[in-house]
Design a protein around this ligand. Structure first.
Ligand code: SF4
Length: 825
């Protein structure tokens, strides 16, 4: 048995293609900067991927990490996080899950696991203290998530990650299951399916995790538990009625999605709320373990089957957003999605889009708002990609691009919108617009402050950017401990100055002095859990700074995929359409208030006019300024320096990106310098003369940055010398084309940060034409680098520095720099 203080700091990397593994340590510096969980997963993911890679190809990477708080016994400490490139959005996706896998992985002796490559056949990966086994999973392929977990014969402390048919069939919003919890949003299941990995089993081992400061840790846990018990959300609402208790609050606040976000409240909504489900089906805890809040429940349904009671997002997207208010139906579809491995938010978003598109005559489908007819069949068809289900499996964005109706395609950056309508919660709208993984309610939650607690006015841009930035960084930090985000309800306002300040004063401060208000938030429970468990100090400021770093690194990865301000937006419907529930005295609103009045809610005074449309631009400007981004949403160099975020590159973190170097103009200048240097060297260097002797007159070589970047060409003349042609040659005219994968690759190679050999080895360079000539050209490039650079630089990028007498080297270098490059001789 091994006792570790906080973490074993061991990361397991598995190459599925080669069936090899390696274990490496987490450095103290990485731990301080990225904490664990999401942060470390992102950090190791970032250095292993290249922009533009296919999320369903073998090059995609998935990193799954636990953290310092996992397996410590702290309240709500069963979480673990995963990061990959999403096939749904084409951007970085992260997810947090409360299943048993995280604790099992840690007790098997690993902090995290990184998956690269792809298996040839369906495979089951089994991890335990003795190592890793690649097992045949043909017998599991085709089984749903529950059957698969049963077939794996898991011990009580083992944990597994499994996919269902949706993941196997590469549905772009397929989930991964762990117990009855999921790594959701963005298609984690499809990524595992593309790697032909049906399941990863972590067999619990004997590793034990002890706190660095047992007394301090015990005291912090007691404090955390007391806060959770006395908070009305964590100690009452969620514990008794689950997150589906949001239905009543969102309905009253006008942010409950109704019929594909066509309205924001409905008088029938209370039929489907958490409290109603508790009354109808009973509610026994069915939660992540360990958990002190206990938000998950099971109930007994009319067919006497015991099912998980659906959470709020599922109720909203598979219920009210389809115009349906039958909790029993939603629970059955929730179970069906879970077994098939489908994300309920995206699935509900897709169904709602198809219902509206079909009502508008854009798609031939029997699905209609308010009718359960065909819903279950459609869910099945999505998972198995049959008929229209094949298109539905691609998500709302691609559906709307194919069939039309982009104005009511409810997604951000390709990720379907969660169940809070931003027209009644503008801060939540900003959070959706800038969330790195797309339409996400868990990157920052402002709806509780705007709608549930009344601390912020919901329909004003004022102060929202401060709180979005604060919650983004806080949540990134919490997901890197990791612990449950719901604990924020309990811990945040416990500082005496916030706890004892009268609510109206606190609300005024939040609305008018947000920079002061965020400093009143108490983060010490989070930081003390880390400090006392791991034995490394972490101040609240450092904790938030780590969160900042994680958010900005994630943004940087998205920027490298082409994301900028124009992608930070909301669906057209949200920005341009008012809803019936916004009308001052709409019939639906009057009926709603009458019904809510019967439940004891006071009826508000009628407003004179409908509220204004959501003003996104001023909030974006303020948010970018706070984050240290340009007005176009790109992290500024000084921001990256401040946070010590470096440009992620394949094989390591390189220097902070110099945007000027990435500028096509600068690449053109470098191409010109290289072209002239090659031309000049071919006139006076023996190695050049020997290599070029075999090239025919008129042979042309083209260097280009793919796909449409700068280019430079050279031609062999009658005296077997190279002639620099500038950028006039097309690819069709070239005998040999060397393609740089992207601007970043070209910048690194042209500035001697990546060798030609490594460029080919890492698939960053492509060759079209004669391979023998390409080899000769590689030797010429090595030679010119030996001539141009001092030996200490040349050694880094050239396989073998050409031996040359010093005098010869000096006059040739002088010739190149003084005559060859400036004058082209
Ligand atoms: S509160 Fe809910 S989501 Fe959070 S750890 Fe507990 S059961 Fe899991």
């Amino acid at each position: 048995m091994a006792d570790w203080v906080g973490s074993c700091d061991r990361v397991l990397e598995v190459d599925l293609s080669r069936r090899t593994t390696r274990v490496f340590p987490v450095s103290t510096e990485d731990r301080r900067r990225y904490l664990g969980g999401k942060g470390l997963a992102l950090r190791f993911f970032a250095e292993r991927i290249d922009p533009g890679l296919d999320p369903l190809g073998p090059d995609n990477v998935m990193a799954v990490f636990a953290g310092v708080v996992v397996a410590s016994g702290a309240p709500c400490s069963a979480r673990f996080s995963a990061v990959t490139k999403s096939p749904l959005t084409g951007l970085t996706a992260s997810s947090s899950c409360g299943g048993p896998f995280g604790i099992a992985l840690k007790t098997a002796g690993y902090e995290g696991i990184i998956l690269t490559g792809r298996c040839a056949e369906p495979t089951l990966l089994e991890i335990d203290e003795t190592g890793v086994r690649f097992l045949d999973a043909a017998y599991l392929w085709g089984r749903d998530t529950q059957e698969t977990q049963e077939a794996l014969k898991l011990g009580t402390k083992d944990g597994a990650l499994v996919i269902g048919p949706a993941g196997e069939n590469l549905v772009l919003f397929a989930n991964i299951a762990s117990g009855h919890r999921f790594l959701g949003r963005g298609g984690f299941g499809a990524v595992l399916g593309s790697k032909k990995l049906k399941a990863i089993v972590a067999r619990s081992g004997t590793a034990r995790y002890v706190p660095a400061d047992p007394q301090g840790f015990e005291k912090t846990c007691r404090r955390a538990t007391a806060y959770i018990h006395r908070n009305p959300f964590t100690g009452n609402l969620y514990r008794n009625a689950g997150t589906a208790s949001h239905v009543d609050l969102c309905n009253a606040g006008g942010i409950l999605p109704i019929r594909n976000f066509q309205d924001g409240c409905d008088p029938h909504a209370p039929q489907i709320s958490g409290w109603t489900m508790r009354e109808r089906f009973g509610a026994k805890p069915s939660t992540c373990r360990p958990c002190t809040i206990l938000c998950g429940h099971k109930g007994t349904f009319s067919d006497q089957k015991i099912r998980q009671l659906p959470e709020y997002e599922t109720v909203g997207l598979l219920g009210t957003n389809l115009g349906l208010f039958d909790a029993e139906l939603v629970a059955v579809w929730n179970e069906q999605c879970g077994r098939l491995g489908l994300d309920t938010i995206s699935c509900g978003g897709v169904l709602a889009y198809v219902m509206e598109a079909s009502e508008k005559g854009l798609i031939p489908s029997p699905l209609r708002f308010g009718s359960p007819q065909g819903v279950s069949e459609a869910i099945e068809a999505i998972a198995f990609r049959q008929g229209l289900g094949d298109d539905m499996a691609q998500g709302v964005r691609r559906l709307s691009e194919k069939y039309g109706g982009t104005s009511f395609a409810m997604h951000v950056k390709g990720l379907e919108l969660p169940a809070y309508d931003p027209r009644g919660s503008w801060g939540q709208g900003l959070a959706y617009a800038v969330a790195n993984r797309g339409g996400c309610h868990l990157s920052a939650t402002l709806f509780p402050l705007e709608v549930f607690l009344g601390f912020l006015k919901p329909r004003t841009p004022k102060a929202k950017a401060h709180f979005v930035r604060f919650f983004e960084s806080l949540y990134a930090g919490i997901n890197s401990l990791p612990t449950c985000l719901f604990t924020t309800y309990a811990y945040l306002l416990e500082a005496p100055i916030a706890r004892w300040t009268p609510k109206p004063i606190l609300a005024w401060t939040m609305q008018n002095l947000p920079a002061v208000a965020v400093r009143l938030m108490d983060l010490r429970v989070f930081t003390r859990l880390f400090e006392t468990m791991y034995g490394v100090s972490l101040s609240p400021a450092e904790f938030l700074r780590a969160g900042d770093r994680i958010v900005v690194l994630e943004r940087l990865l998205n920027v490298m995929e082409g994301v900028s301000r124009k992608e930070d937006t909301l669906p057209e419907r949200i920005l341009t359409e008012a809803r019936p529930c916004d009308a001052a005295d709409s019939g639906s609103k009057r009926t709603l208030w009458r019904r809510l009045a019967r439940l004891g809610c006071p009826e508000p005074a009628p407003s004179a006019a409908p509220p204004p449309l959501l003003a996104l631009d001023p909030m974006l400007d303020a948010y970018y300024a706070l984050r240290g981004y340009t007005r176009n949403g790109i992290p500024m160099k000084k921001t990256l320096r401040r946070l010590k975020v470096s440009m992620p590159t394949h094989g390591g973190f390189a220097a902070v990106p110099d945007r000027a170097v990435l500028n096509p103009l600068v690449i053109r200048v470098f191409f010109m310098l290289l072209g002239r240097a090659l031309q000049s060297a071919s006139r006076m260097d023996d190695v050049f003369r020997r290599e070029l002797a075999s090239w025919p007159e008129g042979f042309t070589v083209l260097f280009k940055v793919l796909p449409f970047g700068p280019r430079m060409a050279l031609r062999v003349d009658g005296r077997k010398r190279l002639r620099y042609l500038g950028d006039t040659l097309s690819e069709r005219e070239a005998d040999l084309t060397i393609g740089f994968k992207n601007m970043e690759t070209a910048a690194r190679m042209l500035t001697a940060r990546l060798s030609t050999v490594d460029g080919f080895a890492q698939n960053r360079l492509s060759v079209v034409g004669d391979l023998a000539a390409a080899m000769q050209l590689t030797r010429l490039l090595d030679r010119i680098q030996s001539l141009l650079y001092p030996e200490w630089i040349a050694k880094r990028v050239v396989k073998r520095v050409s031996p040359m007498p010093m005098a010869e080297k000096l006059w040739k270098r002088a010739w190149l720099y003084l005559l060859g490059i400036p004058l082209g001789v």
